[in-house]
Design a protein around this ligand. Structure first.
Ligand SMILES: Cc1cc2nc3c(=O)[nH]c(=O)nc-3n(C[C@H](O)[C@H](O)[C@H](O)COP(=O)(O)OP(=O)(O)OC[C@H]3O[C@@H](n4cnc5c(N)ncnc54)[C@H](O)[C@@H]3O)c2cc1C
Length: 414
């Protein structure tokens, strides 16, 4: 193993590709190889649950970069290659196909896989998950023949699929264990809004229930779901969106610390002191100073994957910068653009700006006088103002924020 063997990035999606690109931006001179298990050219995942299902685009049109870009920047892509074993002593990673990849430095950007539902009948035809382009194509195909779509889970993926299926004219039911939609990501007022918005558009929502079993027909295709409250719902397509589990098997093999993700420090370095990691697979120190946050956080968002990848690349390139950013993400459901900035979990009060009835409002979260986060529905300018305020450690007077006639960016206190 020698540094001149360069960097091997395992995982060729949002984090892995950003890591490779940032290495070149930071002037890293040695070879860079990105190896990915999927056969598709590295692509954006967010449209999979929206535009791909609506038929407005195809996975082939979602490439992150062109082939020419990779060639011009000396980034070698090895696609359709799943790494199954990494030998750090020899500096070689082995793929299922038998191919071997030498490396001087290793970066893990292996992402996450959908959490599986361990109930009888979960292996019936028509019980689907959505993580990658092939899943999206299978789901699109299944939607073409479905009448009643049942979505298990009330997080982003579940609700985006529900919205897409409804837009396509299907009967849609969402069933979730939690007592509110989007419970892990937004505050109660925003959850209540999305419950109302989905219901108004004809989605049936059942809270506080989970599937006990799926039952099927003679051909092994799903025909219904039995829920924990005893209710039976017919279904000819079930989409399970109950969260994602970080892919940690290579990290385990390497003896790296794992705690709901591959543990990294603020510079993206794992517990062996040299391997870096970024994206959905990573558990990192919180990137903001707020009371009562856990020691490590795992985010699943495009922005986090990009920012963590930049940090890991800077570490390898010898220009270390810590991961200090305001986390943010978005979700598109029907004509509703939700944007979330910051972490609201430690808030002690919130203010509402605008009118949820008009489907255009913001919720700003405060810890004492300090602005710590916001949820925004169809208010992109407010989102940008709050994101900038949080990044600059500034606040907005809660009393003034309720006046929608005044742009939020004018209310940021210095
Ligand atoms: C349907 C969907 C919609 C989404 N919508 C939004 C949205 O609207 N907004 C938002 O902010 N975020 C959204 N996200 C989340 C966002 O896409 C992810 O957070 C982001 O893709 C994470 O990037 P990543 O590179 O860390 O992981 P991944 O995207 O999971 O990529 C990891 C890659 O590594 C590969 N891999 C894993 N193990 C190996 C191995 N052993 N050998 C080789 N390759 C391997 C995998 O095949 C995969 O291609 C969405 C996600 C999904 C699935």
């Amino acid at each position: 193993m020698s540094d001149t063997d360069g960097v091997l990035v395992i995982g060729a999606c949002q984090a892995g590709i950003q890591l490779a690109c940032s290495l070149r931006e930071y002037g890293y001179p040695d070879p860079i190889t990105v190896v990915g298990a999927e056969r598709h050219a590295p692509y954006q995942r967010p449209p999979l649950s929206k535009a791909v299902l609506h038929g407005e685009t195809t996975p082939g049109a979602l490439a992150l970069r062109s082939e020419a870009f990779y060639a011009d920047h000396g980034i070698a892509l090895a696609l359709g290659e799943r790494i199954t074993r990494v030998d750090r002593s020899t500096g070689v990673a082995h793929a299922l196909s038998g191919r071997a990849f030498a490396f001087g430095r290793l970066a893990l950007a292996v992402g996450a896989r959908p959490r599986r539902l361990p109930v009888p009948g979960a292996d019936l035809g028509g019980v689907l998950y959505l993580r990658d382009a092939d899943d999206a194509l299978a789901l699109k195909h299944a939607l073409a023949n479905a009448g009643h779509v049942v979505v298990i889970g009330g997080g982003f993926i579940g609700l985006e699929v529900a919205a897409s299926a409804r837009r396509l004219g299907h009967r849609v039911t969402v069933a979730l264990l939690e007592d509110r939609l989007l419970g892990r990501a937004v505050g109660e007022a925003t959850s209540a809004f999305f419950h109302g918005a989905h219901t108004r558009r004809g989605v049936q929502v059942h809270l506080g229930v989970q599937p006990v079993q799926f039952y099927g027909d003679d051909r092994g295709n799903v025909r219904g779901v039995e829920l924990s409250d005893g209710r039976h719902i017919t279904a000819d397509l079930v989409v399970v969106g109950i969260g994602a589990v970080p892919r940690t098997e290579l990290a385990e093999q390497l003896g790296l610390d794992i705690s709901n993700g591959i543990v990294v420090d603020a510079h993206g370095v794992t517990s062996d002191g040299t391997t870096v990691a970024a994206g959905d697979c990573v558990a990192c120190p919180p990137p903001v100073d707020l009371p009562d946050l856990p020691a490590r956080i795992r985010f699943e968002s495009v922005n986090t994957a990009i920012e963590q990848a930049k940090v890991a690349a800077a570490t390898i390139a010898g220009r270390p910068v810590p991961y200090r950013v305001v986390p943010w993400f978005w979700s598109d459901q029907f004509n509703l653009k939700l944007q979330v900035a910051g972490l609201s979990s430690g808030h002690d009060r919130y203010v509402l700006r605008g009118d949820p009835e008009m489907e255009k409002f913001a919720v700003l979260y405060y810890a004492g006088e300090r602005l710590i986060a916001g949820d925004f529905v169809n208010r992109p300018a407010d989102f940008l103002a709050v994101k900038a305020a949080l990044a600059g450690g500034r606040t907005i007077s809660p009393a003034a924020a309720t006046d929608v006639a005044v742009p939020l960016k004018k209310l940021v206190l210095t």
